[in-house]
Design a protein around this ligand. Structure first.
Ligand code: ZN
Length: 330
C-alpha cells in the first residue's frame, strides 16, 4: 500500500504542489503563479492555461521527488472557493478563467485515476494544522485565515467537519457587527468585511491613510504604517483584530473549542493586530468554557495547506467521511 499523497494548494495568486509522505515530510515542493489570463482568454483556453500551470507544477513535484504518478495513493487539493463539493467543480473568486471548472476530474486524469479529494482551502488549513501543524493533538480546533478574505475550517471531537455543502467552519460570514458595512455576500458586518486585508485597507484609505511613496496599498504596507506609528493605519488594524477576536469568541461560545489557529498576513504582522484580537476575544468570551480557548499562530501556512490536502488522502479516519454524491441542490 502506498503511503504518500500528491498535495495541491490553489489560491488566488499561486499554485503549490508537493509529494507528502505519511509522516508529513514534503518532497519536491513546487510553486507557480496563477497565470494572469486576459478577458479574451476567459473561455476554455484561459481555463486550460491555468490548468497547464497546475500540470507543470505537479510534474515538477513528481520528478524532483522521483515518484511515478501511479505510485501516489491519491491526490488531495485545497482550492479557493466557491466550489461544488464534493464534486470539486470550482469557481474561485480570484481566478475568473475558472468558472465551473472540473478540477477534481482533471486532477484524476493526471494521476491515472487515483482518488482525488478537492476541498475549500479553509478546510484544508484546518486539516493541516490538526494533522501536523500547531493544532496537532487538539481535540476541538478552529482554523481561521485572515487574508484577501476570511475563511476557516473545523475539527470537532478529533474529526474534520465538512457540513452539508462542504463549508463547515467558514467563519468569514459570521456577523460581528449587526449594523456594520455591507458585505459582498449580501449581509452586513460580516467578519470578512470587518477584518480582511483589502476591506481594512479601503477603510484606512477612506479615513485618509496614504501608503508611503512607491509602496502598494495593501495589508502588508498598512501593517507596516501602523507599526511605524501612523494612527489611522493603527486604528483600522486594531478594528480588524478586534473583529477577529469577536468572531473567535462567538465560535468558542457556539462550539466549546480547545484552540483556534490564526493564519494569514495580518496574523503574522505583529503585536498591534494580535493584541487587538486577544482584547476583542476577552471582551466577548465571558463564560469559563469559552475563555479557555487557546489562540495559536499558524507557524507556516503554506506548508500547512499542503499537509491538509495530503491528510484528506493519508488520514481518512480523521479527515475523510466524504459523501460519494453531491448534496441535493449543491
Ligand atoms: Zn458576508
Amino acid at each position: 500500500m502506498t503511503s504518500r499523497a500528491l498535495a495541491v494548494d490553489i489560491g488566488g495568486t499561486k499554485i503549490a504542489t508537493a509529494v507528502v509522505d505519511a509522516d508529513g515530510t514534503l518532497r519536491g515542493a513546487a510553486r507557480r503563479p496563477v497565470p494572469v489570463v486576459g478577458p479574451s482568454g476567459a473561455g476554455p483556453s484561459g481555463a486550460e492555461q491555468v490548468f497547464g500551470a497546475v500540470r507543470d507544477c505537479v510534474a515538477e513535484s513528481l520528478s524532483v521527488a522521483e515518484i511515478d504518478a501511479a505510485d501516489v495513493a491519491g491526490v488531495g487539493c485545497g482550492c479557493a472557493g466557491p466550489m461544488r463539493w464534493p464534486a470539486g467543480v470550482v469557481s474561485p473568486l480570484n481566478i475568473p478563467a475558472w468558472r465551473e471548472f472540473p478540477l477534481r476530474d482533471r486532477l484524476r486524469d493526471l494521476v491515472g485515476g487515483a482518488p482525488v479529494f478537492v476541498h475549500n482551502d479553509g478546510i484544508a488549513l484546518a486539516a493541516g494544522e490538526h494533522w501536523a501543524g500547531v493544532g496537532r493533538g487538539v481535540r476541538n480546533l478552529l482554523a481561521v485565515t485572515v487574508s484577501t478574505g476570511v475563511g476557516g475550517g473545523l475539527v470537532l471531537g478529533g474529526r474534520l467537519l465538512h457540513g452539508g455543502w462542504g463549508n463547515a467552519g467558514h467563519i468569514g460570514h459570521v456577523t460581528v457587527a449587526v449594523d456594520g458595512p455591507p458585505c459582498p455576500c449580501g449581509s452586513r458586518g460580516c467578519l470578512e468585511v470587518m477584518a480582511a486585508g483589502p476591506h481594512t485597507v479601503r477603510r484606512a484609505q477612506a479615513a485618509g491613510w496614504v501608503p508611503p511613496v512607491g509602496q502598494p496599498a495593501d495589508g502588508r504596507t498598512l501593517a507596516a504604517s501602523a507599526a511605524a506609528g501612523d494612527q489611522t493605519a493603527r486604528r483600522e488594524l486594531v478594528r480588524s483584530g478586534s473583529a477577529v477576536g469577536a468572531g473567535l469568541a462567538s465560535a468558542a461560545n457556539l462550539l466549546d473549542l480547545d484552540a483556534a489557529v490564526v493564519a494569514g498576513g495580518f496574523a503574522q504582522s505583529g503585536p498591534i493586530f494580535w493584541d487587538a484580537m486577544r482584547a476583542g476575544f476577552d471582551r466577548h468570551a465571558g463564560l469559563a468554557f469559552a475563555r479557555r480557548l487557546r489562540i495559536l499562530r499558524s507557524a507556516d501556512p503554506d506548508r500547512v495547506a499542503l499537509w491538509g490536502a495530503a491528510a484528506f488522502v493519508l488520514a481518512a479516519d480523521r479527515y475523510g467521511g466524504w459523501p460519494d454524491a453531491e448534496p441535493v441542490g449543491g
